[in-house]
Design a protein around this ligand. Structure first.
Ligand code: OOG
Ligand code: MG
Length: 262
């Protein structure tokens, strides 16, 4: 750790205030170039602690920047991990208020729910598949607190990987007979298909994102508990949305999920 505990607490407060007050900021490595990975995740943890202290509940975990499309769009090369809280959840078909967000984009994702705990190090796709209860379609709404969505990896980790809203739904599906690599997805905006892909876009197999998350948590002696919802990362580039837009994600064999922006 390179940053003082007070600095970490101050940066967590700053980033969370930007989120709550719907205003953007410069990336924090501009002012704190010495910040390391542990500092970045400590800031993220401090943001979670602030939310829990105010009565929010942890709704799940997320992996991000897990596809080449996303890495290329954001100009980075490694996945990142974050959290989602219950107040980020939008019901399937429900409304998301644009006035509460800075510059939202949507991402088509495959969401996992575990039935057994997953603990690294050494977690792999097979261990993930054995621990999965079901998978289902999910749309993540990302909303970087950084001006023009411009950041480096440590800054985006500190900003809880741009997490802001999500919806899961459709047809929860067990993995027997399902090859997540070849599962096709279509993201529609206002009835028009705007992005297409298949599960393999995420690290060759979306379960690999869950294994990476378990191995990441293991470094601080944590695990993915049984019953955890996990977003495995955008399969395609993120798509900007504005008030009046409706988005639907169709996942092969898993139905569809959607939300409207008002
Ligand atoms: C970071 C979060 C990326 C994903 O699914 O790739 C993410 C960002 O692009 O702002 O959630
Ligand atoms: Mg995402």
């Amino acid at each position: 750790m390179k940053l003082h505990a007070n600095t970490i607490a101050g940066l967590a407060e700053h980033l969370e205030s930007c989120q709550l007050q719907v205003k953007d900021t410069t990336k924090i490595t501009d002012d704190h170039p010495e910040m390391d990975w542990d500092d970045a995740y400590a800031i993220q943890d401090a943001i979670l602690a602030r939310k829990l202290a105010r009565g929010a509940r942890l709704a799940g975990l997320k992996a991000g920047l897990t596809s080449h499309a996303k890495m290329k769009q954001m100009g980075v090369t490694t996945p990142v991990f974050g959290f989602i809280t219950d107040d980020y959840a939008v019901p399937d078909g429900g409304e998301c208020k644009i006035s509460e967000l800075i510059h939202p984009k949507v991402e088509p994702e495959i969401a996992f729910v575990t039935k057994r705990a997953l603990k690294g190090p050494g977690c792999n796709i097979a261990a993930v598949l054995a621990a999965v209860d079901f998978v289902l379609p999910g749309i993540e709404v990302i909303d970087s607190r950084y001006r023009d969505f411009k950041f480096d990896l440590k800054s985006v980790v500190a900003d809880n990987t741009s997490a802001s809203r999500f919806v899961v739904g459709g047809q929860p599906t067990t993995l027997e007979g399902v090859d997540l690599r070849t599962v096709g997805i279509v993201l529609e905006k206002n009835g028009e298909p705007v992005a297409f892909g298949a599960g393999a876009a995420v690290l060759g197999h979306p379960a690999a994102a869950i294994a990476l998350l378990a191995n990441h948590l293991a470094a601080s002696d944590r695990e993915i508990p049984a019953g955890t919802l996990i977003l495995s990362g955008g399969i395609t580039e993120a798509v900007s949305v504005k008030a009046g837009d409706a988005v639907t994600l169709r996942v092969q064999g898993m139905g569809s999920v959607g939300m409207r922006f008002i």
